[in-house]
Design a protein around this ligand. Structure first.
Ligand code: SAJ
Length: 417
């Protein structure tokens, strides 16, 4: 098959390379000429475990281009960001991808939408654009929504091994796409209709968001009762049907914090989902409140943020709760310094550990990077002005830090009062 993949981002590029390494002829299309040139010269625009090896394997069957050309299959993997004003999916990239495709559409082609969208987008937005070709969806060409489900940091492994949901506008569309994905997917592939598939993708992330909101709320309640929520969660999870998530200083990334809005954008319901979003969105405010309490009396306080990636062990800072925390802290007159050994690009200067802790009053752990467990509190303490730590993820060895003279607060630990 000749496959054109539109959008060479975190999902589109690995998907294109997986199809290419399975023997298909793949053209990766992106409007960013720099990215296209980079790929054609054998370089990757971003890092992800296993991507380099995959690129090597796929190179003979893969090339990048800024133009769409005739193909058997067109796969759309463009971003669908949240429109902050309407709290709905911004579909401008899906629209422009579809506009590029219909000009080259032929009888028997398959069009796949992988981008995350709100229910009915395939039917109501994508198909009418494709039918500008004069061909009829479901009769002349095939259309499916096949949401990606891979987690950053393990994208390639999960793309191969996770189960997949394919929603066809007709059963034939779904079967055709199923056969195609079978060329590299080792998990089970389940078929349904397009609107259900759109909904399924969204409710997976909504499930996670609502569950995280639950533990975040429990963390606040536990503090009031003088309970350590981490101990309580561990004990509750001994129950065979309970699996509580981990509280934290906020929920970031381009999925969990966004997709719940797409579920409710065209629904008259969704109070719980919206409330969960609000609880998670305001965790950075709560974190700052706790830090302020710790630093009461300290003049012109400086805090050091440990970790600006949106989650542990990745270098991705998109929609990170750290940014909200930093902005709120600056608004209140805090000086903020940032240390994250995994992140390469950020709105604020990324300092060395020594620079970041020098003359600081408090370390605030926002991201649960594994490497933070191995920091040396003795050395760090010698550089700081005051020795306070707020551990928003409960990842540090608190006894070790206390021994080095630090006063520690852990999010959700009410036993510390
Ligand atoms: N988080 C918590 N507590 C937890 C788990 C996560 O505070 O117990 C926070 C993280 O720190 C992070 C955010 O939530 O800020 C999201 O992280 P995540 O690891 O839950 O998810 P993502 O956004 O990296 O990837 C999710 C995955 N979805 C699910 O697990 C249902 C992934 O499988 C999806 O493919 C991806 O969204 C996506 O692209 O939609």
């Amino acid at each position: 098959m000749k496959i054109s993949v539109l959008g060479l981002g975190y999902i589109g590029l690995p998907t294109a390379l997986l199809f290419a390494s399975a023997g298909h002829e793949v053209v990766g299309v992106d409007i960013d000429k720099r990215k296209v040139d980079l790929l054609n010269s054998g370089k990757l625009p971003f890092q992800e475990p296993g991507l380099e090896e995959l690129f090597e394997k796929a190179r003979d069957n893969f090339r990048a281009s800024t133009q769409v050309e005739e193909s058997d299959v067109f796969l759309i993997a463009v971003p669908t960001p949240l429109d902050l004003q309407t709290k709905a999916a911004d579909l401008k990239y899906v629209k422009s991808a579809a506009e590029m495709i219909w000009l080259h559409l032929k009888k028997g082609n398959l069009v796949i939408l992988e981008s995350t969208v709100s229910p009915r987008t395939t039917e109501r937005l994508l198909i009418p654009i494709l039918e500008k070709s004069g061909l009829k969806a479901g009769t002349d060409f095939y259309v499916v929504h096949c949401p990606e489900r891979a987690i950053p940091g393990k994208t390639i492994h999960e793309m191969i091994h996770n189960d997949r949901i394919i929603g066809g506008i007709t059963p034939e569309s779904a079967e055709l796409a199923k056969e195609l994905y079978s060329s590299f997917v080792k998990g089970n592939i389940y078929v349904t209709n397009a609107t259900t598939a759109e909904f399924v993708k969204l409710i997976e992330n909504t499930y996670r968001d609502v569950n995280i909101a639950l533990v975040n709320e429990l963390a606040l309640i536990a503090e009031e009762y003088g309970i350590n929520v981490w101990e309580a969660i561990e004990l509750a999870n001994k129950h065979p049907r309970v699996n509580l998530h981990r509280p934290g200083p906020g929920v970031g990334g381009h999925c969990i914090a966004i997709d719940p809005w797409f579920v409710i954008q065209n629904s008259s319901n969704g109070r719980l989902i919206a409330l969960a979003r609000h609880i998670n969105d305001t965790m950075p405010n709560y974190t700052l409140r706790k830090v302020r309490e710790m630093l009461k009396g300290v003049e012109y306080p400086t805090v050091t943020v440990l970790g600006v990636a949106y989650k542990g062990n990745v270098g991705d800072a998109r929609e990170t709760p750290a940014l909200r925390f930093i902005k709120l802290a600056e608004n209140e007159g805090f000086k903020v310094k940032v240390y994250d050994p995994l992140v390469k690009e950020f709105e604020y200067p990324l300092l060395s550990l020594e620079e970041a802790v020098k003359d600081s009053d408090c370390i605030v752990v926002i991201t649960d990077h594994e490497v933070f467990k191995f920091l040396d509190p003795e050395k760090i303490g010698q550089l700081m002005r005051h020795k306070f730590v707020f551990d928003g993820r409960n990842i540090l060895d608190h006894e070790k830090w206390k021994k080095a003279g630090f006063k520690i607060k852990v999010l959700g630990n009410g036993k510390e009062r």
